[in-house]
Write a protein that binds this ligand. Structure first.
Ligand SMILES: C[S@@+](CC[C@H](N)C(=O)[O-])C[C@H]1O[C@@H](n2cnc3c(N)ncnc32)[C@H](O)[C@@H]1O
Length: 390
């Protein structure tokens, strides 16, 4: 994670532009005054730099708003050093250069791309957690008329696969840096031919983090076209049993089970398990039904004059739960000269979203962007309006 330790910095007046970065505003945590968020925009992408003033001053990117690619963060951190005329004590940010592979390929798409213009093709496949990308790339080369969407949350894997896409000039892969469980709700009904989930992390100690769950399978059935398949491949007997039981909890399904089936390409993980002579299990769900279309979601706006700082202070640190969803008001910040900033997590317990909200006299807005337009988020947003209003 890029970070810099500083000393002897000067506070600058914001907003202001320096280098490639436009610094927008500063907000201080009301409970921990040594923690600040600095809103910045580089190449049109807004995000926060997190600053912690302890013995030394540390600046790094904020996890929730962290932009992709990483060089945007490097740029903002280096520009912040210039802005504050600070002395650098230590740093792992040396230069802010654009990775050539990010420049050459347009394969990496932001989540908003899928919200506004979900790709359409008669043949669409999705791979969840593609890791080294061996299977994804092999499939894409074998099926040039199919569009592949690869979803990963591990940045180095994404960068590695982008490099391969660029070197091999592959034009039928789109990559997304996002939690696949949340992504499922955005996919149009009956649009996908295959979903691969190969060697998901078993999360034996934190089962709520597993990709496979009842909600995931139900969404998979909705998005698969008739005869479309969800292919789970695992070396973990525990995960296999857990998934089998989850599948069996459904009222109606068609399932294929294989043990030690060979497939056209084996992943890095598979090679490792085969060397250790571990068994490999496939659970393949075949969708048999047409699903109803999803209604379009309107918007995530707030009414004017929604709440005051007293209400926000009362909510700070609290959690409200309802049905299968929750809202946790995690941290409150005071924006210098103008308003409040709230960090919150909300949504379904198993797949929460983390967000920021800005409150100014005349408006309440999400920063840097609205939540992804899923039915769950919309439901929680409506509840949030009521909660904030008090
Ligand atoms: C054990 S690795 C397997 C990688 C690859 N499928 C293979 O067979 O080599 C699991 C991958 O899933 C990714 N992953 C875990 N949870 C995820 C999620 N919710 N959404 C997207 N990717 C996820 C991890 O980052 C990791 O790269």
């Amino acid at each position: 994670m890029p970070h810099i330790h500083l000393k002897e910095y000067q506070e600058a007046t914001l907003p202001c532009q320096i280098g490639m970065s436009r610094f927008l505003f500063r907000a201080t945590n009301v409970n921990h005054r040594n923690e600040q968020l600095i809103a910045v925009e580089v190449e049109g992408k807004p995000f926060f730099i997190l600053r912690k003033d302890e013995k030394k001053c540390l600046i790094k990117s904020d996890k929730i708003t962290r932009p992709s690619p990483t060089y945007l963060i490097h740029t903002a951190l280096l520009d912040y050093v210039s802005l504050t005329d600070a002395k650098v004590l230590s740093s792992n940010v040396h230069t802010a250069h654009k990775s050539i592979h990010f420049q050459e390929t347009t394969a990496l798409k932001p989540i908003e791309f899928f919200v506004t213009q979900f790709p359409q093709n008669d043949s669409m496949h999705i791979e969840v957690g593609f890791g080294s990308g061996r299977h994804l790339i092999h499939q894409a080369l074998q099926h040039p008329n199919t569009t592949f969407i690869g979803i990963e949350i591990h940045r180095p894997s994404i960068e590695q696969v982008l490099k391969q896409i660029s070197i091999q000039n592959i034009d039928n892969i789109l990559l997304l840096d996002y939690d696949a469980r949340l992504f499922m709700e955005l996919i149009p009904s009956n649009s996908i031919e295959k979903i691969y989930v190969h060697f998901p992390v078993p999360w034996d100690k934190k089962p709520h983090r597993r990709v496979i769950s009842k909600a995931f399978i139900e969404e998979a059935i909705r998005v698969l076209n008739v005869n479309g398949k969800l292919e789970l491949r695992t070396d973990s007997e525990n995960y296999y049993m857990y998934s089998y039981e989850t599948f069996m909890g459904l009222r109606q399904l068609s399932l294929e089970i294989h043990k030690n089936r060979s497939i056209a390409v084996s992943s890095k993980y598979e090679d490792r398990w085969r060397l250790m002579e571990k068994n490999i299990y496939d659970l393949i769900l075949i969708n048999t039904e047409e699903s109803p279309k999803r209604n379009a979601i309107l918007h995530f706006k707030f009414p004017k004059k929604l709440c005051n700082s007293k209400r926000l202070e009362a909510l700070n640190g609290t959690t409200v739960t309802f049905e299968e969803e929750f809202i946790h008001y995690e941290r409150l910040y005071r924006i210098e000269n103008d308003g409040m900033l709230l960090r919150l997590s909300f949504g379904n317990f198993k797949q929460p979203e983390h967000l920021y909200l800005i409150f100014r006299d005349d408006e309440t807005i999400y920063f840097p962007q609205e939540p992804i337009a899923t039915p769950t988020n919309y439901k929680v947003h409506q509840r949030l309006i009521k909660e904030l209003h008090g």
